[in-house]
Design a protein around this ligand. Structure first.
Ligand SMILES: [Zn+2]
Length: 269
């Protein structure tokens, strides 16, 4: 008998975060002078080449720039061809009324991957660019953290909980971060917080917890900018390798070879 039969190899899971696809209602239309459909599909192609074994793809919001049923249907139809489970949380540009699979938008949705749980939380508020997490969801999150103390938990939402030191972006941050951190601080099973909205890669540690933002699959925003400004960095995504022992590794990938033609005259988002 070999020892491997008695001690099975430690398991790990791979999740991919994509965010801020800003898809138009027609696939040939541009957004800020790039075609979001094209860059989104280039990102997905890279994911499928590099991580064909991915356990889930999580979209952290602003799926649509034109938030109508046909935009969401086109996204769903495309994602279904990948044969990877996929999930999405609404962003400020999305329309919760026609957002896919989100009938209970004020409830946390949990994805279970062995010893890991991914909690998808809605931070979008109708008619607003900035974010807020409703009390009912905060209570639910507290309960999930309480009831799953032997699980490792990743929390994902759309808005950035901490300032990015970029004045215009920080006007649009999550506005009740303290209520969220009050809960997170009471538990030690939360391993990371993922979000989008800021169209850039960043890491901020709070209480030992990494808070990670991820590049958009389309245009990037210039880090540390006082005013709205675009960045010439390439579109990208994040990969998280989650290990059974509660540790994880993460990495941002960018798509090289896409010509970024940024319109410097665009003055608002
Ligand atoms: Zn956003």
């Amino acid at each position: 008998m070999t020892s491997s039969a008695l001690t099975p190899r430690q398991q790990s899971w791979t999740i991919i975060q994509i965010t801020d696809t800003h898809l138009m209602d027609q696939e040939d239309l541009d957004f800020v002078s790039i075609n979001p459909e094209q860059t989104f599909k280039a990102v997905i192609q890279d994911i499928m080449e590099q991580y064909p074994e991915a356990d889930a793809i999580i979209h952290t919001g602003d799926l649509a720039q034109v938030p109508v049923v046909s935009t969401y249907e086109r996204y769903i139809n495309f994602m279904e061809t990948l044969n990877v489970p996929f999930y999405q949380i609404p962003g400020n540009h999305d329309n919760a009324e026609c957002f896919p699979f989100y009938d209970h938008k004020d409830e946390i949705h949990t994805i279970q991957l062995g010893k890991w749980s991914i909690c998808l939380m809605n931070s979008a508020v109708k008619g607003k660019v900035d974010g807020w997490v409703e009390q009912a969801q905060l209570e639910q999150l507290n309960q999930i953290l309480q009831d799953n103390q032997d699980q490792s938990i990743v929390l994902a939402c759309h808005h950035h909980p901490f300032e990015m030191k970029s004045r215009w972006i920080d006007n649009h941050k999550l506005k009740n971060t303290e209520q969220l951190t009050d809960i997170l601080g009471q538990h030690n099973n939360i391993k990371a917080v993922l979000f989008g909205h800021v169209h850039q890669d960043s890491l901020h540690k709070w209480n030992g917890i990494p808070f990670l933002s991820t590049p958009s699959t389309c245009v990037q925003f210039k880090p540390l900018s006082e005013k709205f400004a675009l960045d010439e960095q390439a579109p990208g995504y994040r990969v998280m390798h989650l290990h059974e022992n509660g540790r994880f590794e993460t990495q941002v990938h960018r798509i090289s070879g896409l010509i970024q033609k940024i319109n410097g005259e665009i003055s608002g988002y």
